[in-house]
Design a protein around this ligand. Structure first.
Ligand SMILES: [Zn+2]
Ligand SMILES: [Zn+2]
Length: 554
């Protein structure tokens, strides 16, 4: 008999905040079953032109899909579900999620024209599922979205608690409170390891409550005379409900602006949340309401170029206007990396005499992740033998290890994407192997690897410009007319404008040294043209353009 092993392996989300994808395996070497927990995306920055989304390379688990018995989702944030419709077609396994998450992933499959009905298994809140050797219990936590779940993953060799994203919110306003009782029960039965959110490990105290934000928003809004525009994360349904609540309290109507705001509102309603609210007014009709009597809640809180907030601020939104004296409340986090575009948006507004309120000058936002006091509570409830920090950059995860040591956790284990951790057997969990990992870029409609030529080409084009030369060769083997030269993105002024005529001369010279109707010489001819023409452009302009040579024989 081979020994049973319990294994954890993150493919994404450990060493970065985003694209969470985690694997658990149980069994011996001949018969080992796998599950995936979460399957998210991360957002690309300007260094990858034309790409918005990135997800973890699923190759390692795709190779084991015969032994893959389910994909379990903790909650509906994009960094946990965003890649599902991209990766699932390679896996074809059952999917397990609570109702609100299920509604949102169904939309993703619908967009890709995939019928997921038979494969999607809806799990009730605090429900249990049995997947092969894994007995999985969903534990309701609190976070910044509806239905955040921790997972107690029990096997015959022990239990791990996979927290997913969470914080301790004593008044989440919508949805249940954190299931402290269940967490304690799980802790009392013994927990091999807790795989835990590290996002806010540098922050002391508690991350705070949605109720406190609501109260603060009301105090701010009550004193505003003109139009109030609030922008927040659409997925934060409690915040959305708070804005409805505050609008009603101050005698204003509310209008939702932006596709994802409507999408989340509908999904929440469909799952039985947001009842007893006054109906929002269609933005097209809200135009007719005086600006003292309306609150807009819109998308684009990070200054996204196409987000509603940016379009409103630029005066190009068809339905929502903004004027001097109005107030914009950014009820959201200023995400590191987004400061530049976000401050650009703040500047634009302030310049136009519009008041900007953000987490920098008022209490208008709380994080959805655990600060140190929240972490302490969870540690005390669950009392794990080992902590494996995830959902963080290296600096967060490393600090989380320090924190766990201070909290007397016997065996904190540092991991990064691809590390295979043996949770059982053994006195303590240890990294014993490495799975292949990588990043996949969603480029247009196509998923490509990090080394993709399409992205390399675009980077090259964006820095260096493009040069194309077409030479027409007649059947006597000589060049007809002038070569056709076209270029894009190469700086051109009077001083260097002769680079085109210099190139024409050079092309003629080179063509004379080759026998043009000898196709064996074609490769060398093209290379010679490419090298020499790029050299001329480099000398004249300082640019080395991406160069394409066409030979046309007539
Ligand atoms: Zn997350
Ligand atoms: Zn989350």
């Amino acid at each position: 008999m081979k020994k049973e092993e319990f294994i954890f392996c993150p493919l994404g989300g450990s060493g970065e905040i985003g694209m969470n994808m985690n694997l658990y395996a149980y069994g011996n070497q001949e018969n080992r079953k796998w599950i995936i927990v979460d399957i998210g995306v991360t957002f690309a920055d300007d260094t990858i032109p034309g790409v918005d989304l990135i997800y973890a390379d699923p190759g390692f688990i795709v190779d084991k899909k015969e032994d893959l018995i389910g994909l379990v989702l903790t909650h509906a944030h994009e960094d946990h579900i965003g890649a599902i419709a991209h990766i699932w077609p390679k896996l074809l396994c059952n999917i397990y999620a609570t109702p609100f998450t299920s509604v949102l992933i169904k939309e993703k499959f619908k967009e890709k024209k995939i019928d997921i009905e038979d494969k999607l298994k809806i799990v009730e809140l605090n429900g249990k599922i049995q997947l092969g050797p894994f007995n999985i219990e969903f534990v309701t936590l609190t976070h910044s979205i509806l239905e955040p779940n921790g997972l107690s993953i029990q096997t015959s060799s022990g239990t791990v608690l996979h927290t997913g994203d969470w914080k301790c919110d004593p008044n989440p306003l919508i949805g249940e409170k954190i299931n402290e009782k269940k967490l304690k029960q799980i802790g009392d039965q013994g927990v091999l390891a807790m795989i835990c959110d590290s996002t806010n490990v540098f922050n002391s105290g508690r991350s705070g409550s949605e109720l406190d934000v609501r109260n603060s928003l009301l105090k701010i809004m009550i004193n505003k005379q003109k139009r109030i525009i609030i922008t927040s994360f659409a997925s934060n349904v409690a915040r959305m409900e708070s804005v409805f609540y505050c609008a009603k309290k101050i005698g204003r109507q509310i209008s939702l602006v932006g596709r994802s705001m409507h999408r989340i509102y509908k999904a929440a309603k469909q799952c039985g949340y947001l009842n007893n609210l006054t109906e929002p007014v269609d933005a097209r009709k809200a135009k007719n309401i005086s600006r003292e009597k309306i609150v807009y809640l819109c998308t684009g809180n990070q200054g996204e170029p196409n987000g509603a907030m940016m379009r409103i601020s630029n005066g190009i939104h068809p339905d929502v206007f903004i004027e001097p004296g109005d107030t914009v409340i950014f009820s959201s986090k200023i995400i590191p990396g987004n400061e530049k575009k976000l401050y650009g948006l703040h500047n634009l507004l302030v310049k136009n005499n519009i008041e900007v309120i953000s987490e920098e000058n008022e209490f208008v936002h709380v994080s959805g992740h655990p600060n140190r006091e929240d972490l302490k509570d969870m540690y005390n409830w669950v009392k794990p033998k080992s902590i494996i920090p995830v959902h963080g950059e290296y600096r967060h995860m490393s600090e989380h290890i320090n924190f766990a040591r201070k909290m007397q956790i016997p065996y904190p284990v540092k991991v990064e994407n691809g590390d295979m951790v043996q949770l059982f057997p053994g006195e303590k969990p240890k990294v014993f192997d490495k799975a292949p990992v990588g990043r996949i870029y969603v480029d247009g409609n196509i998923s490509v690897g990090e080394e993709s030529q399409s992205i390399k080409d675009r980077k090259n084009l964006s820095y260096n410009g493009f040069l194309e030369i077409t030479i027409i060769i007649n059947n006597n083997g000589s060049m007809t007319k002038k070569p056709i030269i076209s270029f894009r993105g190469i700086p051109n002024n009077d001083e260097n404008s002769n680079f085109v005529s210099d190139m024409e001369d050079q092309i003629r010279k080179i063509c004379k040294t080759f026998s043009l109707n000898n196709s064996n010489q074609e490769y060398n001819l093209i290379e010679a043209l490419k090298t020499n023409c790029r050299k001329i452009v480099k000398e004249k302009t300082g640019k080395r353009p991406y160069t394409n040579i066409n030979l046309v024989r007539i």
